[in-house]
Design a protein around this ligand. Structure first.
Ligand SMILES: [Mg+2]
Length: 152
């Protein structure tokens, strides 16, 4: 059996400006069940206990466990670590990308996707980019599913 992981952003994915959108959270929970994936929260929501509890509770109500989060890597530390990111990109994208790759380090994981509205510096096979104004659509959920099953 293959382990599958989903790195989850919230703003622009499950919250499109009015707090968590129950339809979007429902869709995400269904995606997790369909793929038997493990969720890793990569959103800034992981860094505040109030927001972390809100998303954990919303997922738990849909029988999805949230037990993992990516580490926090400050930008100055990332910059010190070197020339990995020489392109001109928004700092947020670099930081998010770095934190995801850091979590993956030393883990043998082949099937994973990051669902995010930011332009992450990841292979196409590993990312699903949502539109911040509509979030996780049916099409984007299907794209994530196909990528997790390595069908693309
Ligand atoms: Mg976002």
């Amino acid at each position: 059996m293959m382990d599958r992981f989903i790195f989850l952003d919230i703003n622009g994915v499950l919250d499109i400006g009015q707090g968590l959108d129950s339809e979007l959270v429902d869709r995400f929970a269904q995606l997790v069940k369909d793929t038997d994936a493990t969720v890793v929260l990569s959103s800034t929501w992981r860094r505040c206990s109030d927001t972390f509890k809100i998303i954990r509770k919303a997922l738990r109500e849909r029988e999805v466990l949230l037990r993992w989060t990516t580490p926090y890597c400050p930008m100055d530390q990332i910059n010190e670590e070197g020339a990995l990111y020489h392109e001109s990109r928004p700092a947020g994208d670099i930081q998010r990308t770095h934190e995801i790759l850091r979590w993956l380090q030393h883990r043998e994981i082949t099937a994973w996707v990051a669902i995010d509205d930011e332009d992450l510096r990841l292979d196409e096979a590993n990312r699903v980019r949502t539109n911040e104004y509509v979030g996780l659509t049916v099409e984007k959920a299907d794209e994530a599913k196909a990528k997790l099953f390595c069908l693309t």
